[in-house]
Design a protein around this ligand. Structure first.
Ligand SMILES: [Zn+2]
Ligand SMILES: [Zn+2]
Length: 155
């Protein structure tokens, strides 16, 4: 599926939801969604808002409201890598990736791991059906290790 196909798919899902819940299908929401599909990777609400300013006027409050709704609908996923910043990214169940977070400088790197995925998929819980998973690894990045003279410690 191309990104555009994906966008059309998700836009249809959003329309369907808004219709079902008798909410207005505002142009704003669709434009915000379109902008999200033009971004590669993580973004914040203000970043998204700024990106839209050039071609579509929308309030920051509407951006926040829409992001909450998109999160609820599994269109995007919300991350809080540090205490002060909330980030988002598009959600895809088939392309699960995980994040390595540096607790010193806040740098976030993505990774995926087939072995880990298999291990989780093989882990059965008697009263729980797993649909997807996401991991955060916290530690110190290479740059910060050098800067602060960290020595590698085993967990
Ligand atoms: Zn770092
Ligand atoms: Zn990510």
């Amino acid at each position: 599926m191309t990104t555009n196909d994906e966008f059309e798919d998700v836009a249809a899902r959003l329309d369907h939801y808004l219709l079902e819940h008798k909410q207005r299908r505002t142009v704003e929401r669709k434009e915000i969604l379109r902008q999200i599909y033009l971004i590669d990777g993580h973004f914040t609400a203000t970043m998204l808002h700024e990106l839209m300013q050039g071609h579509f006027q929308v309030s920051l409050a509407t951006v926040y409201n829409s992001l909450d709704l998109f999160t609820k609908l599994d269109i995007i996923v919300r991350h809080q890598f540090s205490t002060d910043v909330v980030e988002y990214e598009r959600f895809s169940r088939n392309q699960t990736h995980h994040h390595r977070v540096c607790t010193e400088c806040g740098t976030v790197k993505e990774f995926s791991d087939v072995k880990m995925r298999r291990a989780i998929n093989n882990r059965e819980f008697p009263s729980f059906h797993t649909t997807h998973f996401s991991l955060y690894l916290y530690g110190v990045c290479k740059k910060c290790q050098k800067k602060r003279g960290f020595r590698k410690k085993k967990m």
